[in-house]
Design a protein around this ligand. Structure first.
Ligand code: FAD
Length: 430
């Protein structure tokens, strides 16, 4: 690899940057992470899927930071319901643990703010705030929502969140979500007594000095908030306004600069899946870079793989959010635009066997992006390559002439009949 002259800079030490850096390091590339600390103290909720991904990647410090909450109270439709459990994370501690996992993986971290990137013929000159400069052959941009966006980025309805945090008496962890006419709120309590009330809104904010009183009045007006936070924090509340608009950056991907995490696609906080999606795009990034470094003729293929998956994930979460917003009445100015964005396409298409077709698409094989024949459906536009280790394209190609039973018995090992047969049945193939 030294012969390739590669030295990869990962900008940002959030979940995406750390995951991408560790993956590149494991492939043998010299990697350096450059990051400043976040400037606000959020609490966030993650699902069991995120915990699984962290465990699979061996991020043991980060994993140990999550606190399982009691069930999540959801006050959204007519009657409150209790939904799936979520794990609560205190972001300052979570971000510190990410850095501990980076150190445990022997990936160097430079604490600094990146001021500007200068493109050179064969790489980058990275200018830091302290005036020093770092040379890199390639960049993985994982600066989250702070990564510079081009005017071509796709944006959802403009949204801002007000993060309110204070301390009360220690107690059991809990979380809740509540719909308001002008947005929605997320409430969380950590065992150490940290309280968190996050108001997501499209409203015009008052001046910075008035924000704490504005938030306190809105909190007091909610019966749920009064019950959830029985102690009045008075003035001891920190308030931070954070942009929360959904953003997809399709520009700014090339063989020398790859965006991952929120820098590539930032989803509505409603999905509660921001960390999950940032890990997804970061996990594939090392294979994308590895492919185009080893075989420059596959650069376009590898970048298509990355771009298509980022876009697909973005639209899936955007439509999921839209459908959740649709469960609430279309009141005021907050709800109607979010109930229509990004489009009218369903989250899932009904199975239609006449839509099954074979196409060549980029897929991951042995850690590299290659082009393979896959089966594309309306619901799976990126294609399905294998089920239970059996390639599907030859089976679909044979289907017009043969029954499913014949195809299975002639082309599929008996041990996989059930799994492959189930897949075809789920696609409506008789
Ligand atoms: P980040 O975590 O943002 O990390 C970027 C890093 O880059 C930071 O350390 C930052 O300091 C650093 N950086 C930025 N600019 C520079 C620079 N110029 N130089 C050096 N370093 C820089 N997701 C969930 O899963 N669950 C939730 O409950 C949840 N709640 C959310 C609530 C709100 C209001 C918002 C806006 C988002 C929420 N998210 C949630 C989304 C989640 O925060 C992000 O999706 C996730 O943190 C993205 O990870 P990342 O690594 O891409 O970026």
């Amino acid at each position: 690899l030294a012969a390739h002259g590669e030295c990869i800079a990962v900008l940002g030490a959030g979940p995406a940057g750390v995951m991408a850096a560790l993956g590149l390091h494991r492939l043998g590339y010299p990697v350096q992470v450059i990051s400043q600390w976040r400037r606000f103290d959020a609490i966030e909720g993650v699902s069991a899927r995120v915990m699984q991904a962290l465990a699979q990647q061996g991020l043991t410090h980060t994993l140990s930071m999550a606190v399982p909450a009691a069930e999540r109270e959801v006050h959204w439709g007519e009657a409150p319901v209790v939904r799936n459990r979520e794990f609560l994370i205190d972001r300052p501690q979570f971000d510190a643990a990410l850095r501990a996992d980076l150190a445990a993986g022997s990936v160097p971290l430079r604490e600094a703010r990146v001021r500007q990137l200068h493109r050179l013929d064969a790489g980058w000159d990275i200018e830091l705030d302290d005036g020093s400069r770092i040379a890199a052959s390639r960049i993985v941009d994982a600066r989250g929502r702070q990564a510079p966006q081009s005017g071509a980025a796709q944006r959802g309805p403009e949204t801002v969140s007000l993060l309110c945090r204070w301390r009360a008496t220690p107690g059991a962890a809990a979380s809740a979500v509540e719909r308001r006419d002008d947005g929605w709120t997320w409430l969380a309590r950590l065992p150490d007594g940290t309280c968190y009330w996050q108001w997501v809104t499209g409203a015009q904010l008052p001046g910075r000095a008035e924000l704490p009183a504005w938030c306190a009045a809105a909190r007091q007006a909610s019966a749920l908030a009064r019950r959830f936070f029985p102690e009045d924090p008075g003035a001891a509340v920190t308030v931070h306004a954070r942009s929360s608009t959904s953003t997809l950056s399709e520009e700014g991907f090339d063989g020398r600069l790859l965006r991952v995490g929120d820098a590539a696609m930032a989803v509505d906080p409603l999905s509660g899946n921001g960390i999950f999606q940032s890990l997804s795009s970061a996990l594939q990034a090392p294979a994308v870079l590895h492919t185009l470094i080893r075989d420059p003729s596959r650069e376009a293929l590898a970048l298509d793989f990355h771009r298509e998956r980022v876009r697909h994930l973005f639209l899936r979460f955007a439509r999921m959010g839209r459908d959740f917003y649709r469960q609430a009445p279309a009141v005021g100015s907050f709800w109607p635009p979010r109930q229509q964005w990004p489009d009218e396409a369903p989250l899932h298409y009904d199975p239609d066997p006449s839509q099954l077709r074979v196409a060549e698409r980029p897929v991951l094989e042995h850690g590299e992006v290659v082009a393979r024949q896959v089966v594309v459906t309306a619901d799976q536009p990126l294609g399905v390559w294998h089920v239970d280790g059996v390639a599907l394209a030859p089976l679909v190609a044979a289907l017009p002439q043969q029954s499913l039973r014949q195809v299975l018995t002639e082309q599929v090992p008996q041990a996989s009949w059930q799994a492959v047969g189930q897949w075809f049945l789920s696609q409506g193939v008789p």
